[in-house]
Design a protein. Sequence first.
Length: 267
Amino acid sequence: MMFFFKEFKAKKIKEPNNFDNRKRILTTKSKNLVYLLEKRFSWMKKYIKGKRIIVELGSGNGCIKKIINNKIILTDIIKYPWIDKKVDMKKVNLGRKYQKKVDVFIINHSLHHCSSPFLTLKNINSYLKKNGFVLINEPETSLSLKLIQFLLDDEGWSLNAKVFKRKNIFNPKSPWISNTAVAQLLFKNQNKFNEHFPQFKIIENRLSEFLIFLNSGGVNSSFFHIKLNRFFLNLINIIDDILIFFFPGIFALNRSVVLKKIHDKKK
């Protein structure tokens, strides 16, 4: 079965319409979608509280500000009107004035679009303060995600990618090419991550999202969903937690990771 294949390449590169998606998200009255966004971002608040310089890499539609009302510096390789600074995630070219000055970096579902996650994390280290944080949400390549990607021909995965090498893991000709296995490859084996990035300590590494995502109505696209109130959304979230606890490799669609910079040692 294809779900056990280590690689899948989508036939087409799908570019989301971030203008339409941003408008839809910022004006939505869908409790389902708001619930999903709150789940992805609200946990970050304890790490950014009282912090002065917070930078999001690969901001895309910039929807984080709908949930977190902070002065987050939005960056992206494409300079949309709402983006504060054009930044290549691989280079993290923020400029000299930000070196060792950033309190928190946020990467939300964008690291898997970076052709060299190794260089991203290496270059983040140059800008992040000691004891600063990197807050990450990324797809988790479970059997469910593989099924979704295969049926929709939406993005691809490669469990063979050499994420701990400086070389590109795919051709960076488009910012929409991706490998949704990146977070799994980087963070599932925490000892291996620590060997390559001793300057960081993983202080959170958890899996989430199944039905809550599938019935959200979509973030980067709009799809059918059953509208639910808060009570039933909380109930579904509990069901998700149970399913993912017992069968993470089948149901988890999201991985949340918190890295803390503990020193400047480089590999």
